[in-house]
Design a protein around this ligand. Structure first.
Ligand code: V47
Length: 385
């Protein structure tokens, strides 16, 4: 590894702590955000990353499924949610979801990432049925389904406690929860960007309860809108405190705000500099998280690749179909084949390892055979009858 060169001398005491594996404080976090010396911040994050993971960089083969974009929340940050009768509103029938899932299995997916809008007319039972149906058909695929925000909404419409809701989800076949909906926990920010979502406190409480019943989850932070550096550090420290207690978070994913087609479209687009800084500071502050993910869809593959030298040790997956970022103006592809993910990782001097959702290496020779693709002639025959 190259030598650390610090041009911003205020970073020196923080560097000493990182090298001594001491926990960083809120003030350290703010200093890292304010320092112009991004390369030194990145060096320190890379040091921590290499101590934990050496050269290994994870990716997975997954498929995102968004059952509906109909949503009652009307978050200002979001370009995905629609009113039921708005142009572009959709809700998949269960059969359509199973078809998408089957295609995912044929492509080798080991994970379905399932999140959607807060639909005013679909019951909690509909979503339980969806999960049961997926588990029945594709039992070996990990179901990472429903954010804390959706769990809070299900509990409300089904008139259940959060714990009962989570237990029913687990019983139906949910294996873990994705990290979305966390945004920034501070109430000042939530009031502006996502007024009707569960509070930050509630998001954390739902995550805690999920972990307590054995459902692990991810965590995210949405940056680059109206939040201050103090509010970002507060968000990260709150996640660190909960992780100290539950050890239930698997990975942390910093998410850059994409403004197009949202009510906050006057906010400038994220910069590569901000992206790398957020990855690096997450790696440094979240000393009790094993993994920091550079989500290539949001960062672009080029920045995600550089992030592998700024603290990240995971590129996320093949994804295939992505709506939340693309509705908000993302110009990335919706799909990156595994060979390309491996190429990006190798070109950054790292060693690619395919993982499952819980970061166990995937041995493809042990996976069940994928179902055969439907024969085009038979499909058209059926449709013609
Ligand atoms: O919860 C919504 C964010 C999240 C916008 O857990 C936006 O493995 C930017 O959580 N600009 C969904 N961001 C994505 C997400 C995620 C992605 C990849 C992996 C995992 C995981 C989770 O996207 C939302 C919200 O925080 N979001 N709208 C927007 N306009």
């Amino acid at each position: 590894m190259s030598k650390l060169t610090i041009s911003d001398q205020r970073l020196k005491p923080i560097a000493d702590k990182v090298l001594a594996e001491e926990r960083l404080t809120v003030q350290d976090g703010i200093a890292l955000y304010r320092s112009p010396d991004l390369l030194a911040v990145g060096w320190l994050a890379n040091h921590v990353r290499e101590k934990r993971h050496a050269n290994v960089t994870y990716f997975n083969v997954n498929r995102h499924i968004n059952p509906t974009n109909v949503c009652v929340a009307h978050c200002k940050l979001c370009a995905f949610g629609r009113d039921p009768s708005a142009p572009g509103a959709y809700t998949f029938a269960l059969e359509e979801i199973y078809q998408r899932a089957e295609q995912g299995v044929r492509e080798g997916a080991t994970e379905f990432h399932i999140v959607g809008g807060l639909h005013p007319d679909l019951s909690f039972d509909y979503f339980l049925e969806l999960i049961r149906g997926l588990k029945q058909r594709f039992g070996s695929v990990h179901l990472k389904a429903f954010t804390m925000v959706e769990v809070g909404y299900f509990a409300r419409i089904a008139k259940l406690s959060v714990r009962e809701t989570l237990l029913k989800m687990k019983e139906a076949g949910v294996d873990s929860l994705p990290g979305g909906g966390a945004e920034i926990f501070h109430p000042r920010v939530r009031k502006i960007i996502c007024d009707h979502k569960v509070s930050g406190q509630m998001w954390l409480s739902i995550a805690r309860q999920a972990h307590e019943i054995g459902l692990r989850s991810n965590a995210t932070m949405l940056y680059g809108h109206v939040e201050t550096e103090e509010e970002r550090v507060d968000h990260l420290v709150k996640l660190r405190e909960l992780q100290d207690q539950t050890h239930g978070f698997v990975t942390f994913i910093p998410l850059a705000f994409h403004p197009d087609n949202t009510s906050l479209s006057y906010i400038p687009k994220p910069t590569g500099y901000a992206d790398l800084r957020n990855i690096a500071i997450a790696r440094l502050l979240l000393d009790n998280f094993d993994h920091i993910k550079a989500y290539w869809i949001m960062l672009t593959p080029s920045i995600a690749q550089i992030a592998l030298r700024f603290g990240a040790n995971d590129l996320d997956g093949t994804v295939v179909e992505e709506k939340i970022y693309h509705d908000a103006g993302a110009k990335t592809s919706e799909f990156t084949p595994r060979a390309e993910l491996e190429r990006l990782i190798r070109a950054a001097g790292r060693v690619p390892v395919e993982r499952d959702t819980l970061y166990r290496p995937v041995d493809r020779s042990k996976l069940p055979a994928a179902p055969p693709a439907p024969r085009a002639d038979l499909v058209s025959l059926t449709l013609n009858v």
